[in-house]
Design a protein around this ligand. Structure first.
Ligand code: CP
Ligand code: NVA
Length: 303
């Protein structure tokens, strides 16, 4: 079954093939040329246990552009929200749908869905990882710098779900990743160990300015992720704000990325996110094209 659960399940060649296909789809779409429709006649579901703007709209539009029919399902409006098991849900939906994306509170829900579904399952964000986001981020790196391998990427702030997918990407695609995270907010040790085992150049830092030196990409995320509302996160993360002083340490042609939503003057200053080095709008748009490639891989036999 062609699931898309985490980047670590793929080889560099497979991820590059998806990026190539997404970029080709984007070129055709923007030129107004005929667009491949590998999802023609197929119905693709999207289950949301958490809020979403980009993932929801880019998947819905992407499925339509590929010729398929999107069906958005809020978990609260489903029997899932009243306690029906994910395994029963998986078996039932497999009789109706050709594939499903899920954004869920717990990574285990994604894994259980994939285990019991007789159709491809895509990870649209869990508490553990966000691989669709980082595919769009890799596409943006290629757009701006022309390459991914050998680049230096500095992550600032919470070692969260997005950071985990960046770690997996670094190990597979071959770029250096420096993670500047406050004590207690480091990424999970198991994924760092897995990446280093694969030969990845991954370093953990307490000083963001030091970690930013010569970097080609500076990337951050909200300080308070969905479900992380408790605690002293804002105080703890304050020294890890991406501001002009941090950007000045990076390479002169460095870009700033953020999966969004962003809170200005918290994880990033307005001067950076709205400044000339910011690639966040291109990055957000690339969600559409990267996801179409993932959908085509999972459901259309492409890539
Ligand atoms: N970056 C991202 O996944 O955005 P949404 O939460 O709006 O889907
Ligand atoms: N880390 C964030 C990403 C939002 C797209 C969250 O989980 O809320």
């Amino acid at each position: 079954m062609r699931h898309f659960l985490d980047l670590k399940d793929f080889t560099k060649d497979q991820l590059n093939a998806m990026l190539d296909y997404g970029i080709a789809l984007r070129q055709n779409y923007k030129a107004g040329k005929a667009h491949d429709t590998p999802l023609s006649g197929k119905h693709f579901g999207m289950i949301f246990e958490k809020q979403s703007t980009r993932t929801r709209v880019s998947f819905e539009v992407g499925i339509s552009q590929l010729g398929g029919t999107p069906i958005v399902l809020s978990a609260n409006d489903m029997q899932l929200g009243r306690g029906e098991s994910i395994s029963d849900t998986a078996k039932v939906l497999s009789g109706y749908l050709d594939g499903v994306m899920i954004r869920c509170l717990f990574h285990q829900t994604l894994m259980d869905l994939a285990q019991h579904a007789d159709m491809p399952v895509i990870n649209g964000l869990t508490d553990r990882s966000h691989p669709c986001q980082v595919m769009a981020d890799l596409m943006t790196m290629r757009d701006v710098h022309g390459l991914i391998e050998g680049q230096i990427v500095t992550w600032a702030g919470d070692g969260n779900n997005v950071a985990v997918s960046w770690i997996e990407a670094a190990a597979i695609m071959g770029f250096e990743l420096r993670l500047a995270c406050p004590q207690g907010y480091e990424p999970p040790a198991d994924i760092v160990a897995w990446a280093r085992d694969k030969g990845a150049e991954i370093t953990l830092h307490q000083d963001l300015a030091e970690a930013a030196k010569g970097a080609h990409v500076i990337v951050t995320d909200v300080w308070i992720s969905m479900g992380d509302e408790e605690g002293t996160r804002v105080q703890d993360m304050t020294p890890f704000q991406v501001n002009d002083a941090v950007m000045e340490k990076a390479a002169p042609d460095a870009i700033f990325m953020h999966c969004l939503p962003a809170i200005r003057e918290m994880e990033v200053t307005a001067s950076v996110i709205d400044g000339k080095q910011s690639a966040v709008w291109q990055e957000a748009e690339n969600r559409l094209h990267a996801q179409k490639a993932i959908l085509a891989y999972c459901c259309g036999g492409v890539c």
